[in-house]
Design a protein around this ligand. Sequence first.
Ligand code: SF4
Ligand code: SF4
Length: 321
Amino acid sequence: MNKFAKRLTDDLISLRRARPAILQLNVAKLCNLTCVHCHVNAGPKRKEIMSRETIDRILDWLANSNIPTVDLTGGAPEMIPDFRYLIERVKTLQPSRHIIDRCNLTILLERGYEDLAAFLARHRVEIIASMPCYSSENVNAQRGEGVFEGSIAALQLLNSLSYGIDPELPLHLVYNPGGEFLPPSQAELEADYKRELRKHFGIIFNKLYTLANLPIGRFASYLRHNNKLDEYMELLVTTFNPATIDGLMCRNTISVGWRGEVYDCDFNQQLGMQWSSNGASKPLFLWDIDPDLLEGREIMTGAHCFGCTAGAGSTCGGAIM
Ligand code: SF4
Ligand code: SF4
């Protein structure tokens, strides 16, 4: 039994799935950036991309479910050749589904993507954008030189299309710590972001989501390299908050990899913790599972789960508490 599962057992806590509400598709490991904290190890040289055939199989499955939200992530999901095809097809499903694009902002300014922001606006796609700070120094250190300036220009472009202004075009930002510490208060940081981005750049957005860094992928390598992995794990374990359990994203999200394989969350996906059938011998893909039979299914955990339950808790939608 892993350390997290043992903690749940000791505290008499059961972590099981509720009804699925979000289908999160991790469509690529390809990305135009190579951020220090990236748990996907994404970058421009990665070759993993969801194919048209896999997209079609997922759409067939989705059409027979009533899951209301499709959440696109990566890598930079916009870089797969069938990104627009996927969005157009999801929007034609009956009933239509809400779509979220997890965007690194800079992709909206790359050559060949000039009309992408307008495409997203036309299809009423919600944008959740990474923006680890409102100051140039911190963003460029974490995401690469020039990323802050590009992100600001992209946010101004999105505002010009009414993102963050029109209630049908939500624009949320994501903060994650620049090192081995937990995020500060989400409400206080949101107020700081809103004040500073508006004052210096005239930028408006809806909500700020604070996310903790999980000790996996490139962030785990960074911690190991700086001899800080044990210290960070200790921080996560000692700040375990049982009140976060009900709000964990693994309870209502199905995470799907670029080949259609299924996981409890994107972090488990990066650790290769694919679902398998009861005998554990057959790895499961989305088209193998029945969405109506998932409630009550046990969630696969590991020590990294302490990253989601530390302090105020952390999900794809920000702090839990
Ligand atoms: S954190 Fe996001 S933007 Fe940065 S390399 Fe990873 S996938 Fe790309
Ligand atoms: S990493 Fe977080 S979201 Fe994933 S299974 Fe663990 S607690 Fe749930």
